[in-house]
Design a protein around this ligand. Sequence first.
Ligand code: 9MR
Length: 383
Amino acid sequence: MRRPWLPLAVATATALLGGQLAFAGSATADSDPVSAKPSPAPAYPADSLRALAARVGLRIGTAVNADELGSNAKYTQITAEQFSSVTAENAMKWAEVEAVRGTYTWEKADQLVAFAEKNRQLVRGHTLLWHNQLPAWLSTDGYTTTLSNEEVKAALKEHIFAQVRHFKGDIWQWDVVNEAFDDNGQPRQTIWYKAWGGTGYIADAFRWAHQADPHALLFYNDYNLEFTGPKSNAVYELVKSLKAQRVPIHGVGFQGHLSTQYGYPDLQSNLERFAALGQKVALTEVDVRTLTKPDAVNVPVDALAPYAQESYWSRSLKACLAVRACISFTPWGFGDSYSWVPGWFSNPQAGAALIYDEQLNPKGQYQVLQQDLALASGAPHRG
Ligand code: 9MR
């Protein structure tokens, strides 16, 4: 819709004024000086995550809850001040944008894009192709449909062109394909897989997205890629094969839904091996859940659990910082009240997975990220 995204931000010279960063000219610390508009740059704290991350060219993102943005003042302020990239938690999903076939409702997503532009944030588009949150006219479960194979193919093509063109120039990274493999590394037998008779839909989706917006970085996004294993290996082979076919894939998104119940993954080596294929990599949906009380879903059962959570957050951020191709680090929201975790993991109950508490006060998990970024000046500058 508007200006194309220009490659990565270079931190500009900044001066400290009364605890706020003041910016040279009209450019903010994490915007590209060339593309910045003449409107006054919003100030944000010098010790905010976004200001600290800008010094190494890293974008710190958050998933955004469309109902809170604009209506909840504290939520809105934190979104603007702390993060330099935003992802619509739900507002860009197919069920949201085309619940009625042929009728597009872009309002919530457009509001987020406008907010991002005003606050000098980049936007991760999430997601063009998934087996969840599909409109009912297409599929109620992602695995069955009343449409013919040819109709499914035509619907996907139309959807990708309509959505990517609508946001053309506004999206930094698109999650083109989300969660196409199961944890055994087998392709999910979704309506897409069935319509194409295999995984050929993935290459088509990337090609269509690239035609619709040649400047957007196109990502494959999935969970549990953090651990070396059948799934991570399957996605690695997929990327190799897409590259061999000259399919326009530019990055791999590691969702990063972690839990203190499980050991910490060999994340950095997985980031490195995908980067060695010439891919950008990104942490796209990070949260670190722990077991919590059934009647207080964000209160850990074990009083020591927050220390383990801090360690997982810190190690994940440091893994990204250490790999130059890792261009953004995005927690999946920031306030525990809005997290998907307690509703999804209820037996046993898990929660407390984000970096701000239910009252939107920063937790120890926020502070470790802040410290790691403050101490990250030796990390390679991306861009
Ligand atoms: O956080 C999202 C939640 O509000 C939705 O109800 C849910 C529907 O499946 O999707 C959640 O986000 C998911 C993301 O889009 C893809 N990776 C897993 C995320 C957590 O389920």
